[in-house]
Design a protein around this ligand. Sequence first.
Ligand SMILES: Cc1cc2nc3c(=O)[nH]c(=O)nc-3n(C[C@H](O)[C@H](O)[C@H](O)COP(=O)(O)OP(=O)(O)OC[C@H]3O[C@@H](n4cnc5c(N)ncnc54)[C@H](O)[C@@H]3O)c2cc1C
Length: 500
Amino acid sequence: MSTNVDVIVIGAGPVGTTALALLGRAGLTAIGLEKDEEMWPTARAVHFDGQTMRTLQGLGVADQFVGVTIPMKDVAVVNEADEVLVHAPTDRLGDQGWNEHISFHQPDIERLLREVVASSPGIDLRCGVTATEVRTTDDGVEVTAVDAHGDAQVLTARWAIASDGGRSATRHALGIETDKHGEDARWLVVDGDLVDASGCDADMVQFARYSRPALWLRLPGTRVRMEFMLVPGDDPAEIVTPAAVERISRGILPTDRFTPDRQAVYTFRGRIAQRWRAGNVFLAGDAAHQAPPLFGQGLCAGIRDVANLVWKMDLVARGAADATLLDTYESERKPHAQYWVETAAQQAEIIQTLDPEVAKGRDEFVRAHPEASAVPPSPALGPGLHDGDRDERAGRLGIQPILVDGTRLDDMVGNHFLVAVDRELYAELATAVKLALDDDADVVTLTDPLKIEQILASVGARAVVMRPDHYILGVGDTAAEAERIIAGIPSIAHAATSTV
Ligand SMILES: Cc1cc2nc3c(=O)[nH]c(=O)nc-3n(C[C@H](O)[C@H](O)[C@H](O)COP(=O)(O)OP(=O)(O)OC[C@H]3O[C@@H](n4cnc5c(N)ncnc54)[C@H](O)[C@@H]3O)c2cc1C
């Protein structure tokens, strides 16, 4: 089949736009279809983690993302009686080379992503164009795209990424069901500017109040976000008025100091699509999973999806890996995303209780175990292209060192596999392996201790191979182990079989 492009991306919310930016950086061609003419002007996500910032760093405009974000300096949990149950600092550099908790106004991030897309040759984002039909064929996809005048065009590509949001029409059309996790809950989300008022002391406060669970977040500049759970007896018309917002915020957002730019009611839900792939169509972002936003991980998970998928598409498109590599997208990502959906759904159940007795027991537990309120560590990937079944250090996210000159290592390694191996062990590798590493443009090999000693120390090994999405392919301590994991790099494996 002759195709228009390598990939059609359906839906250019933050996940689809990141996919387009990553595809452009990889040198693939893509068409993005976004039904809305204009970028969505209001925010949903307000927080992402260091791993997400690291992915954005890979787009080459980290300074611009830094310019529109602030590190979250501390978090607190406060109960009905305004007792501070937990107060923890979060203002520190994490192992991804960035702060672990970063706040922002979502349209600022999306605008920067769109600028990256606009400057990417080979990427064509078409706004005001709706994908109305998606067909997977033996060797590709056909997508019917309808513009604002009703004119339809059939576009073809090798693959499609359906990042068309929680209501994903593509997912429905492909007959993919979702599994439900936890109970749905309706929350009022209020964004705006708070001027000449102190707000809350901590940058993020979880109000574990049984009368009305709520959340406070300080964003860049004078922006703040509060979220309030709707409770029985709320009048939907009254609850969104400035006076109601002042009342339910217990005076944190006074009408004369707070200028809202939107109030919207969302249903927070936990859902996981049962399948993430149908032929040559891959679901990503909210189309594949939705989590109650308690740990601020929904968007982070969506960006992990496309960061996982795009380098695999790149290798397959260039013939440097077998097409079966794409089977590892769902097997790796689905259990990982499911962990966050389940964990957020459990946390929501704890925070959202309206029962004073249950809340009392919870408060006692949190007082005694403040560490239990912290964001849990991210899990390993599900089974896929890594050694996780034989070594639990593999399949986990690798660290990003900051070098003595202040450089972040990814800026040196780029969009490649990294083979970090100590000099003595490198000397023991078979000559054919060293030649294969030298010849492979998809691999960067580093032996300089100044660059790799933190990585090796972090896994307690003499050799480590990291994938372009920074997950650990494998670790080793002997030349034989190092050679085995190097042989697992798809481009090296592919070159070895094609030269036999
Ligand atoms: C109140 C709230 C707070 C949150 N806070 C956080 C947070 O702090 N951190 C975090 O990580 N996550 C958070 N999340 C989750 C996060 O907002 C979502 O996971 C994320 O926005 C999903 O992005 P997406 O691109 O997958 O989907 P969407 O943003 O829904 O984008 C889908 C896009 O597809 C387009 N589209 C749909 N159908 C078609 C079609 N047929 N053709 C063309 N285009 C189409 C839509 O117009 C839209 O632009 C929060 C969510 C909520 C509701």
